[in-house]
Design a protein around this ligand. Structure first.
Ligand SMILES: Cc1ncc(C[n+]2csc(CCOP(=O)(O)OP(=O)(O)O)c2C)c(N)n1
Ligand code: SF4
Length: 477
């Protein structure tokens, strides 16, 4: 008699840290939930194809948001519905990786409906697993785009009606109607046989990617006993008797056997071509090399009214940092007004890799209006720097554990004849007092920012004025 020892797939971590202290192998899923089964099928396929260490799984917002606690692979968590966009970026920058977009029906068919259509239409070479449980599980059982007519949910307590909520969306049929996808199939997980069939589909979608075949999409009808208010056996039965009747199972499209492997390197531009594409100046051998300290780790917040050029100043700083060979990030935050609302941006410049682009505790705060100084002063790290436009406000930072630089940027800009150059005056001051900005790189880049001669002239003057101010600046200790 032979003995078969069943063990967890190597595609899973040995211990699930999601629930430390509890039984090591329990997931956060409800008993009878389909997510766990699908995880197992994916983990096994990645292991069996020898690609688990090369795989990057994008987990969605929804009950499977914590997939990264389970898969022993590369894991990323994407904002609601955005997994296909994140998967696109990952696959294009790492074409040899196996990229999986794992999404629920709320995630994929509601908030992310647009993302998935365009990723499919572009034929991104990724594998998408679409868990259709006809409900929003995580948030307590609200209607999803795939909720059936008559199905009761917390937001359709009398049952979904066509008149009120329209028809359940058949995502697989829509995706299969597009030209680019190579493989689209709908399967279910309702009993051993159907799970075994799902296993086959999962493997095919992953194998297609290993063989560089293109976009594969597997819709999995899956149980949500909690949201459906059923026992696990009832939920399995309901998939067979009801859900699968509305969402017919089967292969909707399969051209994977007919297509040649894709050349996935075509998105990767050699670095010198990137430089040309974004207009970087050629390296100038005669220029003295600026020595950047190896400990650059600046986290900068620049804040003011819309129209004062605070977002532009942030873009420029990241541009200069990039040209110095630093890692950089920039993200804006602004209100709906085109002019006059508040705006700020987060800039990071560092020798080390940058994780989140958010600046929570700035090393440098640039405040060009009073509300910005009042709001962000407290966030600056002890020993950090605050530059503020003291021609526009009559307050000074109250903290004494930071370095304070009053800069009459707007007054100087007005004297030069153009208020809008105030942000370049500020740039000059920051360049003058900081060790991470190369004055020469700024000078050589300004002509690419201000392409018209009269604008370049006045902004060059503003920059020089800023440097003069920096040299003479009495910082308030
Ligand atoms: C931008 C954003 N909007 C809304 C939410 C709230 N939210 C969390 S999960 C979810 C729906 C998840 O449903 P589904 O994708 O079907 O996954 P399931 O939980 O059923 O696996 C929503 C609307 C959110 N987290 N983020
Ligand atoms: S709510 Fe539904 S989808 Fe979420 S874990 Fe529970 S059974 Fe699974």
């Amino acid at each position: 008699m032979s003995t078969k020892i069943l063990s967890k797939s190597e595609g899973f971590y040995d211990v699930y840290d999601r629930r430390p202290g509890t039984d090591k192998d329990t997931t956060h899923y409800c008993p009878g939930c389909g997510h766990g089964i699908l995880h197992k099928l994916i983990a096994e396929a990645l292991t069996d194809f020898g690609v688990k260490d090369n795989a990057i799984i994008i987990s969605p917002v929804g009950c499977s948001v914590f997939a990264y606690y389970y898969f022993s692979a590369g894991n990323l968590q994407a904002a609601h519905g955005r997994a296909p966009a994140v998967a696109t970026g990952v696959k294009r920058s790492l074409p040899e990786s196996i990229v999986i977009s794992y999404q629920g029906d709320g995630d994929l068919a509601a908030i992310g409906g647009n993302e998935i259509l365009h990723a499919a239409n572009r034929g991104e070479a990724i594998s998408v697993f679409f868990v259709n449980n006809a409900i929003y599980g995580m948030t307590g059982g609200q209607m999803a785009p795939t909720t059936l007519i008559g199905q009761k949910t917390t937001t359709t307590p009398y049952g979904r009606t066509v008149a009120n909520e329209g028809y359940p969306i058949k995502m697989s049929e829509i995706i299969a109607s597009l030209t680019a996808p190579v493989y689209v199939e709908r399967v279910m997980m309702a009993d051993t046989k159907s799970i075994s069939n799902t296993r086959r589909a999962v493997r095919k979608a992953i194998k297609n990617q290993v063989e560089k075949k293109g976009f594969s999409f597997v819709e999995v009808l899956s149980t949500c006993p909690t949201g459906w208010k059923m026992t696990a056996p009832q939920a399995e039965e309901w998939i067979k008797t009801t859900l699968a009747q509305h969402f017919p199972l089967g292969v909707l499209k399969d051209i994977s056997g007919d297509v040649e492997p894709l050349n996935l390197d075509h998105h990767l531009l050699p670095t010198d071509r990137i430089g040309k594409a974004i207009n970087l100046p050629e390296a100038d051998a005669d220029q003295p090399k600026f020595v950047i300290p190896d400990t650059v780790n600046e986290e900068i917040k620049i804040s003011g009214f819309g129209g004062q050029g605070v977002l532009s100043l942030g873009v420029w700083l990241s541009e200069f940092g990039m040209r110095e060979g630093l890692n950089v990030s920039w993200i804006p935050s602004y209100g709906p007004e085109m002019r006059g609302g508040t705006a700020h941006c987060h800039v990071k410049l560092a020798n080390r890799p940058i994780g989140s682009p958010l600046v929570v505790h700035p090393t440098i705060l640039v405040a060009t209006n009073r509300p910005s100084l009042e709001k962000f002063e407290k966030e600056v790290i002890p020993g950090g720097k605050i530059f503020w436009d003291n021609s526009l406000m009559d307050i000074t930072p109250s903290r004494t554990d930071i370095i304070r630089y009053p800069v009459p940027a707007t007054e100087i800009a007005n004297q030069l004849g153009n208020t809008k150059t105030a942000n370049v005056v500020m740039l000059g001051v920051i360049t003058g007092v900081s060790e991470f900005l190369d004055e020469n790189i700024v000078r050589r880049t300004l002509p690419q920012i201000f392409k018209k001669k009269h604008l370049l002239d006045i902004n060059m003057q503003a920059f020089n004025k800023g440097l003069e101010v920096a040299a003479s600046l009495k910082r308030i200790a």
